[in-house]
Design a protein around this ligand. Structure first.
Ligand code: FAD
Length: 165
């Protein structure tokens, strides 16, 4: 659908000036606007000239995904419908089946960055926690191997509620 908007992907905003109009500087040009929506998630504290530092922190969450389960393994755990579910802790654990018959789950342990160090995508202890928690929930899956592990930053604010302004 054409709505008359040009989208420039992979263009970093390197400066944002907020006066009567908002001016966003990029490596190849500058745009002005009356309004600006910032949707930079866990990277927001590094967005230049925007005072988001005190509003949110990048918090890394980590996930694992199993090898595909056999029909017998799905039967053993009784997960016949394709619901996703999570527990109710502050640091939740979240579970869902994948289209190709695996379980992906994550949560529990997190990493937090207070500075510019955004290199926290790898966390063996968090992945170990995920695997142990998965097998605690489903002891029938003790022998199931983890196929992939990964993680990344998400934005979290102190009162854990969405914020826009
Ligand atoms: C392992 C993991 C599991 C998750 N699981 C779930 C889940 O089950 N359910 C759920 O709802 N969410 C989950 N999340 C959270 C997930 O981050 C969000 O749901 C979703 O990706 C957020 O999308 P977004 O567009 O807001 O942010 P992002 O996808 O993080 O996009 C932010 C963008 O801002 C860009 N950016 C940063 N700085 C600048 C700059 N200066 N100039 C221009 N661009 C910039 C980045 O390049 C990036 O493309 C998970 C996250 C992780 C890491």
């Amino acid at each position: 659908m054409q709505v008359g908007v040009d989208i420039y992907e992979t263009t970093p905003a390197i400066d944002i000036e907020d006066s009567r109009t908002i001016k966003v500087t990029t490596p190849n040009g500058r745009i002005t606007s009356d309004k600006l929506v910032i949707c930079t998630n866990g990277y927001s504290h590094n967005v230049p000239s925007v005072r988001l530092k005190n509003h949110q922190l990048p918090v890394w969450t980590y996930q694992v995904v199993t090898q595909p389960l056999t029909p017998e393994q799905w039967d053993a755990i009784g997960w016949y419908k394709r619901q996703a579910f999570e527990d109710n802790r502050q640091l939740v654990h979240y579970f869902r089946p994948t289209a190709d018959g695996r379980i992906t789950m994550g949560g529990g342990r997190v990493a937090v960055a207070y500075g510019k160090d955004m290199d926290k995508d790898s966390h063996p202890k968090a992945w170990q926690h995920c695997e142990e928690h998965l097998k605690w929930i489903y002891p029938q899956l003790q022998d199931v191997k983890i196929a992939y592990r990964w993680g990344g930053p998400t934005s979290v604010n102190l009162d854990m509620t969405p914020e826009i302004g």
